[in-house]
Design a protein around this ligand. Structure first.
Ligand code: ME8
Length: 508
């Protein structure tokens, strides 16, 4: 079986992790966990991008060496992954020797093949963006947009990679591989970019302008510039692990699809004779309270702190439930608290507590066997396979928000079933018919809870393990085989209580 190799973008370490970083990790983790549950052999990579001018500048501003600087920041990203319960198999840092070595091998190979050449370059350069600008980047009045900061005209020698030679090949590849870019509508954006002549890619910076990078193996007076270094992480991390490459999914944000991931990366691989990834999944961006995230204006969410305040599953759930993969979304504490209270605490949390309370009160804390099923039980049981198949189908298409909606509709239906059966009334009756109905009701709610929770496993794994635990259930065998309505909990001892989503104190 081909390994399902999935990666996130590697994050710049010139600041602490933010909500966008957290979302991408959680989204990729949900896909990784879901594929594992579906039986795939998953390999999951994430990491940090640690070279470049901005990092050099940030280190200088602090008066320390760039290596010491990145060594102080990268652990925050690893800590964020641990806090978010990300199930990555590896964490790559572009300052590691294993990475630098593969970047050099790739560069040398392309240089030997004549795909990389040296040329004089004259142009307008933005120090802030670390890029040469083009005439089309100017404002209408001839000035440069503010985002470029100071712009000066410079001439320098640099190394270039022959992108243009592969333009037609890439257009053909994208057209003949409809799954190469996901969501599919984004392929249009790539093809539009490719409808203009492609310039060769400048892949170096002279050492006197940028020291903090990987020296070119064939000319140590130059260092490798951003993308050739960063993109190669996906390959360098597994270069010594047979059977993992090519990647199945690169998960990235929409801002780095065109041109880096959809143009530079496939061409770099094709020119090196390395197989291409199967798919690139570009997700949308989060704003916060309707505006762009910005640390300087305080419009910022610290994921690690947020998890400490509200719990990991509450954040994981919100990020996946709120955003439709590929589209943009807005994060606000109010909206988070609405979902937290109504969906997690009142709907799911309530079902767990009712099930435990009533099983304790009326059945000696032991899940009874079903007696006779009536119409309400049959209706809920019939809803189950429909829900299960729909949720799996939606998850396979990365429509996690819709899948969660369906799963929660089943939880809602289970709560409604409990209202209808009112076991608290049946428990007061001595009538054997009512007693039988009570046993059936307790068994049915426990089974519906076990199954409903199982559908949430990829998104809120810790909470699902807790729910299953308090039902005395240890899920065994493959995930899909656990999704049968078969009352396998009969006779299990249940716990007294389970605190999953305590009422949060509103913190700003
Ligand atoms: O781009 N909402 O690093 P990065 C959602 N090092 N996602 C967001 C976001 C937001 N508001 N802001 C950023 C880089 N992201 C490079 C990548 S890959 C070989 C090199 C996403 O730290 C962004 O789209 O700026 C990207 O996928 C990831 O966070 C890292 O961004």
């Amino acid at each position: 079986m081909k390994t399902f190799y999935i990666s996130t973008a590697i994050d710049y370490v010139n600041g602490s992790p933010h909500l966008g970083h957290a979302y991408e990790k959680v989204l990729t983790d949900v896909i990784a966990r879901f594929r594992r549950m579906m039986g795939d052999d998953v390999y999951f990579l994430t990491g940090t991008d640690e070279h470049g001018q901005k990092i050099q500048q940030s280190a200088r501003a602090k008066g320390i060496e760039p290596q010491a600087f990145v060594d102080s920041i990268a652990p925050q990203f690893e800590e964020m992954c641990a806090k978010l319960e990300i199930s990555n198999d590896d964490f790559i840092r572009t300052t590691q020797d294993r990475h630098k070595q593969v970047v050099c091998e790739l560069l040398q190979k392309l240089y030997d093949k004549g795909e990389i050449y040296k040329a004089e370059y004259k142009g307008y350069y933005s120090t802030r963006q670390e890029q040469f600008l083009q005439e089309k980047d100017r404002n209408e009045d001839g000035t440069w947009p503010e985002i470029f900061g100071e712009v000066s005209e410079i001439t320098e020698s640099n190394y270039f990679f022959k992108l243009s030679a592969y333009q037609q090949w890439l257009i053909d590849h994208i057209k003949s591989h409809p799954d190469f870019i996901f969501p599919r509508y984004r392929a249009k954006q790539v093809l539009e970019f490719l409808s203009e002549p492609l310039n060769d890619l400048c892949i170096s910076r002279p050492k006197d302008r940028l020291e903090w990078g990987i020296p070119l193996p064939f000319d140590p007076e130059f260092v490798t510039y951003v993308w050739f270094d960063a993109l190669t992480n996906y390959y360098s991390a597994v270069a010594d692990k047979p059977g993992i490459w090519p990647a199945t999914f690169h998960v990235i944000g929409k801002d780095i699809l065109v041109p880096p991931h959809a143009v530079y990366w496939p061409i770099m691989l094709q020119a090196s004779g390395i197989e291409l990834p199967q798919s690139i999944l570009a997700h949308g961006w989060w704003s916060i309270n309707g505006s762009k995230m910005s640390k300087s204006t305080g419009n910022f969410v610290e994921p690690i702190e947020f998890v400490d305040n509200y719990g990991v599953d509450a954040l994981r759930y919100f990020l996946i439930r709120e955003m439709s993969v590929g589209q943009d979304s807005d994060f606000s504490l109010d909206q988070f608290l609405v979902r937290y209270n109504s969906e997690l605490a009142n709907n799911l949390g309530n079902l767990v507590n009712r099930t435990l309370n009533m099983t304790n009160r009326f059945a000696d804390a032991t899940i009874p066997a079903v007696a006779d099923e009536g119409e309400p039980e049959a209706a809920l049981r019939a809803l189950w396979p429909k829900t299960r198949d729909e949720v799996i189908g939606l998850f396979e298409e990365f429509q996690f928000n819709m899948g969660l909606e369906r799963a929660f509709a089943f939880i809602t239906a289970t709560n409604a079933y409990i209202e209808q059966r009112a076991p608290w009334k049946l428990g007061k009756s001595e009538d054997p018919v009512d007693q039988a109905l009570l046993r059936t009701a307790l068994a049915t709610m426990a089974e519906a809870l076990r199954l409903g929770a199982s559908l949430l496993l990829a998104v809120i794994p810790g909470s699902v393990a807790k729910i299953h635990g308090v039902l005395g259930y240890s899920a065994e065998g493959d995930w899909k085989s656990q999704l049968e309505w078969d009352h396998r909990l009969t006779g299990n001892a249940v716990e007294k209580t389970c605190i999953l989503f305590p009422r949060p104190e509103k913190k700003s």
